[in-house]
Design a protein around this ligand. Sequence first.
Ligand code: AP5
Length: 211
Amino acid sequence: MILVLLGPPGSGKGTQGALLKSKLGFEHISTGDMLRAEVAKKSHLGLKAEEYMKQGLLVPDDLIIAMIKNILSQAPHKNYVFDGFPRNVNQAEAFETMLNTMGLQVDKVFYFDLDDDVIIKRLSGRRVCPKCGATYNIYYQKPKNDTLCDNDNTPLIQRDDDKEEVIANRLRVYKEQTFPLIEYYKSKGKLFVVSANGTQEEVFEKLKSML
Ligand code: AP5
């Protein structure tokens, strides 16, 4: 089964992707996490991607599509949840072509609907562990010790693109480039709207009921 999590920055795609992995065994593919790992390694791809990411812009489609092709060609027959991909109509069309050649298709697309004021609070409050990748929130999901990761006591950090000036740009890019995907998948009868309000557990229950 192939699922896509679609929604504005901070709507909970990563959180729900991690739950789909830990509770239902899906392979969680987050293009944002993969790119951040490349940036940390200072690889050729990472250095290129960083220029775009720090401004809140989309990384060029050809780089992203090559990353996804590489994953799927190695293990096409798994249950996947894609988080943050596709991000525009061009990526969605390339994804469809790629899947078709493998005899696969996107089964369901979950669109996480959330108001801008909640999005901004979730993004500005997010803290992450640079070691294990665990995500916290100073408003909604505090670590046990104010500034340290519950798993490994590493000092938590704020993502560069969660700073106020970059958040505004990410929201603008989302509305211009990603929002049209709602109509794209709706017209194919694959879109399921999930209200992303409520606790993480409540949102997960809604997702499960739609699966
Ligand atoms: P990416 O990492 O994909 O960022 P994003 O889509 O902007 O999404 P976020 O990770 O910010 O939010 P999320 O929806 O996953 O929310 P989360 O669960 O973390 O991409 C980063 C950059 O990489 C892009 O800007 C672009 O440059 C590049 N990129 C990535 N993919 C690309 C692609 N396909 N093409 C081109 N470029 C690409 O939750 C957010 C916070 O809210 C957390 O603190 C969490 O604890 C909290 N939270 C979650 N759920 C709840 C809840 N129910 N209640 C209260 N708090 C909650």
